[in-house]
Design a protein around this ligand. Sequence first.
Ligand SMILES: Cc1cc2nc3c(=O)[nH]c(=O)nc-3n(C[C@H](O)[C@H](O)[C@H](O)COP(=O)(O)OP(=O)(O)OC[C@H]3O[C@@H](n4cnc5c(N)ncnc54)[C@H](O)[C@@H]3O)c2cc1C
Length: 404
Amino acid sequence: MATQQPVLIAGGGPVGCIAALALARQGIPVHLFEAEARVNDSPRAATTHAATLEMLEELGLVDEVIRRGLIEPKFRIWDRASREVIAELDFGRLASDTRFPYVVQCEQHKLANMTLERLRSLAHVTIDFSTRVTALAQSDDRVDATVEDAAGARKISGCYLIGADGGRSTVRKALDIPFEGYTHPERFLVLTTPFSFDAEYAQCSRNYFSDPDEWCALFKVTGDDGNGLWRVLFPTRIEETDARALDEAAVQGRLQKFFPKTGPYPVVHRNLYNVHQRVAASFGRGRVFLAGDSAHVNNPLGGLGLNFGIHDAVELSTLLGRVLRQEAPATILEQYDRFRRPLNVEYVQQQTIANKKRLEEKDPALRAQSNAALRRTAADPPAHRAYLLRASLIDSVRKRAATA
Ligand SMILES: Cc1cc2nc3c(=O)[nH]c(=O)nc-3n(C[C@H](O)[C@H](O)[C@H](O)COP(=O)(O)OP(=O)(O)OC[C@H]3O[C@@H](n4cnc5c(N)ncnc54)[C@H](O)[C@@H]3O)c2cc1C
C-alpha cells in the first residue's frame, strides 16, 4: 500500500500514537502531526486494564509496558474517616477471562514514547512534532488538512484523517460536532510525591477513599527512574481558586490531613485538571474520525478514559485497514460511530459518574447503602467477577465482538 495516500493523524498523544502503530503494522502509510515539541508528561493516565493489555500485546507493546510499569491485581475502597477498608476487589478473579488478570500502572507518556520509538523505525510513517492541524476540508476521495509549523502553513492530503487531538479537539470543532455533557464544578488536584506510602499501603497501589467532605485517591507509579512515585488526587472546593489550591501551605495541609507525617512532603508535581463528562454527538463525519479524548472525556475514577481511547484507535485502524485493502466496502466505517459511542456511554460515562458519586456521597443513609452493596459484591464470587469484568472493560470488548 506504499503508493496510497497516507492516513493523517492529528495529535501525538497516546491515542494518536497507538492509532498510527495499528495502521502502520498493516502496511498503511501514516502521517502524524503533534502540535507540541514533545510528548506531554504531566501526570495523567497510568492504569492500564486487562482488555487494553490484550490489545497492546497484539501491537507488540505489552512486554515493555509491564517492564516499565508495575503490576497491580487489586484495588481498595476505603472509608477515609475511619480508615477501614470497605471493599477489596481483586482482578486475580479474572484468571479464566484474560491472560492479564491485573492492571499495569504505566504512565501514559511512557506508552506514547515507546510507541513513537517503534513508529520512527518504519519508512512508511512520517511524524511531525511542533506542527498543528488548524483546518480541514474533505471531498469524495480525500481529506486536505492545513497544518502550521514554525515555517508557516501548508496543505497535506490523505485518504482519511483521525482527530486524536484531545478534549479541546480542533478536528471536532472543524466538523462542527457538539461535545455533549457537562463539566464538574470542582477541579481535580493531583499531587505527586516521592514520599513512600509503602509502610501503610504497600499491599495495594490503587486506593480510593470515600468521604462526604473530601474524598481522595492514592496511586503508585514507577516514575521515570523506576524508584516509585505516589500520586494523591483530591477534588478542589468549588469556590477555591487555582492559586489557592496550588499554594504550598494548602498543598501541605491537604497531604498532612490525609496522612500526617513529620516534616513537609516533597512534592514533584502539582497539577489541576478540569473534569468533564462529555461525548461527541458523532465520532466522525465522512472521511474524518474522532478517537480518544477528542470523542469522549470523563472523570479519571476507575482509570477508563485512555483505555477506551486505545480501544477506539484499535477498532478504527482495523476498520480502515479492511476498507483500504478493499476487503470491505467503505460503508463499514459507519460501525465506528454506531458502536463506539453507545459503548462509551454505557461503560465509561456511567461507571465513572457512579464511581465519583459513591466516593463523595453526603447523605449518610445512601453512603451506608452504597458501602453495604460494595461489601456484598466483594464477598460474593460471581458478583465480584461481574463487577471486575465491567471495570476492566472486558465486558465492553465482548459486547462489541458480539455485534460483529
Ligand atoms: C488526573 C488524570 C488521571 C487519569 N488517569 C487515567 C487512567 O488511569 N486510565 C485511563 O484510561 N485514563 C486516565 N485519564 C484520562 C487520560 O489521561 C486521557 O484519556 C488521555 O490523555 C487521552 O489521550 P489522547 O491521546 O486522546 O489525548 P491527549 O493525551 O490529550 O493527547 C492529544 C494530543 O494532541 C495534541 N494536539 C492538540 N491539538 C492538536 C492539533 N490541532 N494538531 C496536532 N496536535 C494537536 C496535543 O498536544 C496532545 O499531545 C486520566 C486523566 C487525568 C486528568
